[in-house]
Design a binder for this molecule. Structure first.
Ligand SMILES: *[C@@H]1O[C@H](CO)[C@@H](O)[C@H](O)[C@H]1NC(C)=O
Ligand SMILES: *[C@@H]1O[C@H](CO)[C@@H](O)[C@H](O)[C@H]1NC(C)=O
Ligand SMILES: *[C@@H]1O[C@H](CO)[C@@H](O)[C@H](O)[C@H]1NC(C)=O
Ligand SMILES: [Zn+2]
Length: 438
């Protein structure tokens, strides 16, 4: 039997011990809960890996390596924010890779440059086992089961088609499944949000007759209409005209940061009516309207857009490689889990986040495909832009020779300072040889 004294000291010993245990337990709990929060994000993102709307890696390959893919190992690329290792760490399962051609190429060699950017993305996504080029929602789903990173090709800027629906169709044949109607320059048929380039200024800012034909042809082909970079008037007109849902592949909320590249609430409401999608851009200038931003500010955009149009209308379009500054904690493609963790802490449900991560995009892509399937009886559009709208020295108009005699010479058969027809022939040849590889 223990004496009273020894019993007391024993119990105080036990008490001290339990206190010690408690402290250990408490810190363990912290550790565990810290881990479990991250685990929860990783579990969620493993189940619903991200489909990201916009990445400019191909532009960096052009700038840094002149598209010589052999000079880089895409598993580990220095000085950029995107490589295979970090895409995998960030649970990025699908990436829309932008085919971006500088606006300065409009009326010049935009079509050639576009082909070259498509080529480098196709090479990247076929020469690396971790990537897989996909062209349909079903292929995208399959690629996830094969643990591949799916590549989708999207053209960033309507100047890439040089106002030609046949060129648009050929880009579709090469695997392009989305196109932004403009980049920073107006096209002859659509207006940009930027006033950087003083080209094709017009009184009426909505889509022209030919612009509407572009949207219709994209609907018929099953190409997603992307409204990032267009003016709000053009976005509104395209939204109204499109038979299929449209997206903003990399734009944020104008209410949170009043930048012209962001989307105002009234336009978000139209987007929702069309069952479309806004994929939030992470670039500091669009997040905080300054060079500095943090994850909390990014989450404010998500909260606001959810309040206005619901989580079913939101996705993520990081814009890595297309911009220079990104929020602290979101510096590269491996950091997406930090954003999802912030949204979980703000009481976003797992089901809402599954929508944002991938289900919304898949829904939109499948709806775009359904609209295409409903239009199978429509013939390829033969709408042509009028010569007056695209009059420029580089444009050669091929016509049947007219009978001799100056009075019969058609004024529209040739552009004013006609260059050789070789560039166009070369493009036609290049396109047809590419198609034969296909
Ligand atoms: C990536 O390459 C750099 C050198 O360029 C090297 O220091 C680094 O360890 C590599 N990282 C991985 C994950 O291989
Ligand atoms: C521009 O066109 C739209 C639709 O065609 C029309 O509703 C609008 O009034 C026009 N705006 C101007 C300034 O002409
Ligand atoms: C994030 O940035 C905003 C300004 O954009 C600032 O008000 C806020 O305090 C910052 N939050 C954190 C956690 O640093
Ligand atoms: Zn962009």
């Amino acid at each position: 039997m223990l004496s009273r004294k020894s019993a007391l000291s024993a119990s105080s010993g036990i008490w001290m011990k339990s206190l010690g245990h408690l402290v250990v337990l408490a810190s363990l709990c912290c550790l565990i809960s810290g881990y479990s929060e991250r685990d929860r994000v990783h579990d969620l993102m493993s189940k619903y890996p991200l489909i990201d709307g916009h990445n400019d890696l191909a532009l960096q390959l052009r700038i840094r390596h002149n598209n010589r893919l052999s000079q880089v190992d895409l598993h580990n690329v220095s000085k950029v924010a995107t490589d295979i290792t970090r895409l995998q760490a960030g649970h990025v399962q699908a990436q829309m890779f932008a085919v971006y051609v500088m606006c300065g190429a409009q009326e010049k060699d935009a079509v050639r440059l576009t082909l070259e950017q498509i080529d480098v993305i196709r090479r990247m996504c076929t020469e690396y086992q971790d990537f897989e080029l996909v062209t349909s929602a079903q292929e995208l789903r399959n690629s996830e089961m094969r643990h591949k990173i799916a590549c989708l090709i999207s053209i960033e800027g309507g100047h890439s088609i040089d106002s030609s629906l046949p060129a648009l169709r050929m880009f579709y044949q090469l695997g392009v499944r989305s196109m932004a109607l403009t980049h920073s320059c107006n096209t002859p048929w659509a207006e940009s949000s930027s006033k950087l380039y003083n080209v094709y200024q017009r009184q009426n800012n909505s889509l022209t007759h030919f612009g509407k034909a572009v949207v219709e042809e994209m609907n018929r082909l099953g190409m997603i209409v992307d409204l990032s970079h267009t003016s709000w008037d053009t976005a509104w007109a395209a939204l109204k005209h499109s038979k299929a849902p449209v997206i903003f592949s990399h734009s944020s909320s104008f209410s949170i940061c009043s930048h012209g590249r962001n989307v105002p609430d009234w336009l978000l409401l139209d987007l929702k009516k069309k069952h479309g999608l806004i994929m939030v851009n992470l670039h500091n200038n669009f997040i905080s309207c300054s060079d500095d931003a943090n994850i909390s500010r990014v989450a404010d955009h998500f909260d606001h857009i959810k309040k206005v149009i619901g989580a079913e209308s939101i996705g993520i379009g990081g814009d890595f490689e297309g911009a220079v500054s990104f929020p602290q904690g979101l510096e590269d493609v491996s950091k997406y889990p930090a954003l999802i963790q912030e949204l979980l802490q703000r009481n976003w449900t797992e089901s809402e986040l599954a929508d944002v991560l991938r289900k919304n995009f898949l829904r939109v892509f499948e709806e775009v495909e359904r609209v295409r399937d409903r239009m199978t009886l429509s013939r390829p559009s033969e709408v042509q832009i009028s010569f007056e709208e695209v009059q420029n020295p580089c444009r050669l108009v091929l016509r049947r020779p007219v009978p001799r005699g100056p009075s019969h010479q058609s004024p529209f058969s040739r552009a004013p300072h006609e260059p050789k027809g070789l560039p166009i022939l070369a493009i036609v040849l290049l396109l047809s040889s590419l198609l034969m590889i296909e």
